[in-house]
Write a protein that binds this ligand. Sequence first.
Ligand SMILES: Cc1cc2nc3c(=O)[nH]c(=O)nc-3n(C[C@H](O)[C@H](O)[C@H](O)COP(=O)(O)O)c2cc1C
Length: 341
Amino acid sequence: MCLKDNHLHLPTLSSPFAIEGMSFRNRVVLAPMSGVTDLPFRQLAWRYGAGLVVTEMVASRELACNAGESWARLKNTGITPHMVQLAGREAHWMAEAAKIAAGNGADVIDINMGCPAKKVTGGYSGSALMRDPDHALSLIEATVRAVDIPVTLKMRLGWDETTMNAPEIARRAEAAGIRMVTIHGRTRMQFYKGQADWDAIRAVRDAVSLPLVANGDVTTLDDATEILKRSGADAVMTGRACQGRPWHAGVLAGACAAPEGQARLDVISEHYEMMLAFYGMETGVRHARKHLGWYIDRFAPDAPGHRKASVLTATDHKAALSGLLELLRDGETAVERTMAA
Ligand SMILES: Cc1cc2nc3c(=O)[nH]c(=O)nc-3n(C[C@H](O)[C@H](O)[C@H](O)COP(=O)(O)O)c2cc1C
C-alpha cells in the first residue's frame, strides 16, 4: 500500500475497532503500567473515555499459588471489557493463571512479552521471552488453549537491534490464535532510552492481518495520528503521558476535554480518596505518593521543594491532600499571573 493510500485510510481515533469476538469503543488504549494502572486509575481513565484499559501485569505463578498482590491486581468494577495482563515464563503457570483470571471476570487476557525490567527478564519472562521464540510460542499456545476468551500479546520490536523478531513472533502468534498484538517501538536493550521507532512497527503490520496497536512515546494528538500513519496500526496505546492525568487517553480519543480549574482539583481529590479506599489508609497514603508527585510536577512544576516534600512525606491523609490542593491552586494562580503579564 502506498503512503498516500495509507494516509487516506487512516482510522479516526474516536472510531470503534474490533478484535474477533469483541469490539472496543475507540482506538486509544491505556498502557498497562505496574504500580500505576491499578483499579482506581483504570476506573478514572475508563470514565473519561479511554477505549480500552489493561491491568498492571499479574505474575502468573503468584496468582496460581495465591501469593503476593496478584489478586488485588485482578480486581475490576465497572470496566468492560476487563483486560488482564499476565506475565510468566512457564506455560503451565500461564495456563493456570489464565483460567483463574477468566473464572474471575476477565474478558481478555494479554500476555506480557515486553517488560524490560531485570527482575522480570532475569526470570526469563517479559521481553526475555523474545530471545527464545519457540519457548514464547509454547506459552502463547498454552494460554490460548486454557481459556475461551480472547488472548492478546504485547511485546517490543525484539531483544536488541540485531534480533528484531517481533514480525516473526507475531506471525506465529497469529497462527496460534492470538487476536491482537501491541508493539512498543523499542527493543528491550533500549529500555526507555531514545525515541520509539514508529516506522519499525510497520514490519509487524506487514506480517500479520491481526488488529495491531502501536505504542511508544505517544503524548499528543499529533503523536497519535503520526504513529498510526507510520506504523499502519489500528489503534494507539499511551502510557507515561497519562501519569498525572488519568483522563488523557480519553482526551486523545476525543471523548472528553481535559478538566481544568476546580474540576481538575475535584478529580484529583477523588483519585486520592479512591486509592485510600482501594488499598486501605496506611498503604493507600504510601501508594498515592507517586501520583501526587506527578500531579505536582504537571500542574505546579515551580512548587518550592520543601512544600512538595511535605506533601509527599505526610503520613496523615488529610494533611497530604490539603497540602496537595493548596500547591495546585498556587500553581494555577502562578500560571494565570504569567498569562496576564
Ligand atoms: C512505570 C511503568 C510500568 C510499566 N508496567 C508495565 C506492565 O506491567 N506491563 C507491560 O506490558 N508494560 C508495562 N510498561 C510499559 C508500558 O506499557 C509501555 O509499553 C511503555 O511505557 C511505552 O509507552 P509510553 O511511551 O506511552 O509510556 C510499564 C511502563 C512504565 C513506565
